[in-house]
Design a binder for this molecule. Sequence first.
Ligand SMILES: Nc1ncnc2c1ncn2[C@@H]1O[C@H](COP(=O)(O)OP(=O)(O)OP(=O)(O)O)[C@@H](O)[C@H]1O
Length: 361
Amino acid sequence: MRPPMLTARALTKHFGTAPALDGVDFAVGPGESVAVTGPSGSGKSTLLHCLAGIMRPDSGEVRLFDERIDTLSERQRSHLRRTRFAFLFQFGQLLPELPADENVALPLMLGGTPRKTALEPARAELRRLGLEGKEGRRPGELSGGEAQRVALARALVVRPAVVFADEPTGALDRATGDQVMGVLLDTVRELDAALVVVTHDPRIAARCTRTIELRDGRVPRGDGRLSGTPRTGDGAGSGSDGFGDEPVAVGLRAGSARQDAIGLPVRSGEGASGSGSVGPVSPGAQGGSVTSPVAFAAGSVPAGPVGRGSDAFMQGPGADASGMGRNGDAVSGAPKSGGAVRGPATAGPDFGPESVVEVWR
Ligand SMILES: Nc1ncnc2c1ncn2[C@@H]1O[C@H](COP(=O)(O)OP(=O)(O)OP(=O)(O)O)[C@@H](O)[C@H]1O
């Protein structure tokens, strides 16, 4: 039996008096894909945030392999998210001002890889996902399916241990969604990574190795332990060894889309509904600097009010204050195709040098 990669034990999280998570255990192993389902408000997002190191649980623990991650500092968790985790949302994760290859290379550049070096694996990943020839296109010049494959390439380029996906095909037509999901499942297996996918689509759940249903922060059966149902779909097989009978919980959703997607730090105001402003990004400037799209800004934790779906993740800076704005992110700047990408100087106290990134061409 292979040891699980990501585990959680007895997670609880309260917002006020009501428990959003009420004693949740979780385990997901290499090559395994777990669908997390459940009604609105059942705790899926909260669980995701705790598993992904975005939010600290009130009690319980989360481990990646043997390492306890819920007790890491904000900066350590940010680094972890950027290097070991990947996030895929329904939409809103690509930076509209950057071409596809730079969007994909971004996590590597944020990790310190020079742009030219980072573009090589980024372009290779795009080719692998059937996007050869589209490297120079910006998100607005791509179809929905293509854009989602770019987002997938960006998620995978860091070779993550765990991919968190929140309704990753929710904005796509059925055929395109099936294709994207197939690529996602295949890649997770190839990488021997783990996939946690929140979905309301039973077809997607059926393709995962197992499905978890949350209700009121718990799994209906069992004393707060989430039990997975092994599947025989696409995701079955490679990851099912050793986990079929174990309690499993999974969560998901993504908080503040883009900064989470590339593992930027989030403030400790977990779950705050965020009141920051999202300023419009003035389009058109060439060769100037981008003062940070949210992705670089790293605002407070996503999320908000639970119950909000992936539609909270907006397409672009300033797209809709109801999305990014509630994360407390300030967005300003100008698109470019050259120049600097610079993070904000306004980050909270937990932001150090890694929240300020400059990528010079
Ligand atoms: N920041 C917050 N402040 C107050 N309550 C919160 C906050 N975040 C979550 N909650 C509450 O915690 C519970 C679980 O929310 P969560 O977002 O995890 O559910 P969900 O299953 O993801 O819902 P949905 O499918 O609608 O997105 C809900 O009752 C929600 O109202």
